[in-house]
Design a protein around this ligand. Structure first.
Ligand SMILES: NC(=O)c1ccc[n+]([C@@H]2O[C@H](COP(=O)([O-])OP(=O)(O)OC[C@H]3O[C@@H](n4cnc5c(N)ncnc54)[C@H](OP(=O)(O)O)[C@@H]3O)[C@@H](O)[C@H]2O)c1
Length: 200
């Protein structure tokens, strides 16, 4: 299984730190050249590898950490999304519902990345919290996930475990997943909830 993070701003870097902490390789990419990302990637760790957007999109599992509407450009950068596991870490906060056809924003992204196996995750915490070690001794920081694809949930839950967090599945995007979907100018109830699962 190989990974890439698309978007290397505050969230992309926080996610890269989580990969680096565990020595797991991941590509990182933006609209800029790999050379432009090299110094920032090096400062996070040797397993963080800048790539072109096209090369990064060859990964099996793609973490999307771009501004919400940028997903449309990312969608165009790959001829087929069939079979790709995409982790949607975006928030469509402030986007009028009418612009989303009144759908949860993750459904809009899933429709644009036609054929992708989309899982919403890593969007509910501020980047500064996400960047911290998820192991606080007495427990592990919770990451919520929601998806309409159970197989993709298993893949992403396993990644979340490998990164040291505790995965908590909320079910389908338009059901339990609504608890983490920002809607227009309101934050869903589980957004910003920094929870820990005690060690068993
Ligand atoms: N900030 C938070 O605490 C937080 C927490 C949870 C979720 N989120 C969500 O996470 C997403 C990213 O937020 P952020 O704060 O990390 O934003 P940010 O700091 O502005 O970073 C956005 C990144 O996306 C890249 N990007 C923009 N358009 C792109 C495209 N078409 N293709 C590839 N890369 C592109 C940008 O690089 P270039 O422009 O150089 O290409 C930049 O690296 C947003 O949807 C936000 O709502 C944010």
């Amino acid at each position: 299984m190989n990974y890439s993070i698309i978007g290397f701003g505050t969230v992309g870097k926080a996610l890269a730190r989580a990969f680096a902490r565990k020595g797991i390789s991941t590509a990182v990419a933006t609209t800029r050249s790999p050379e432009a990302l090299a110094a920032a990637a090096r400062s996070i760790g040797p397993t963080i590898v800048p790539k072109s957007l096209k090369d990064a999109l060859a990964a099996d599992v793609i973490l999307l950490a771009v501004p919400f509407w940028a997903h449309r450009d990312v969608a165009q950068a790959l001829p087929s999304w069939r079979g790709k596991v995409v982790i949607d870490a975006t928030n469509a906060y402030g986007v009028p519902l009418v612009d989303l056809g009144n759908l949860p924003s993750s459904k809009v992204i899933a429709n644009a990345l036609n054929g992708a196996r989309l899982v919403k995750a890593f969007n509910h915490l501020p980047a500064a919290v996400l960047a911290q070690d998820p192991d606080v001794g007495a427990g592990r920081r919770v990451i919520f996930l929601s998806s309409d694809d159970e197989g993709a949930v298993a893949t992403v839950a396993s990644l979340i475990e490998k990164l040291g967090y505790a995965p908590v599945s909320l079910g389908k995007i338009a059901e339990g997943g609504l608890l983490v979907q920002a809607r227009d100018k309101s934050w869903a109830p589980l957004i910003f909830q920094d929870l820990f699962q005690p060690e068993q």
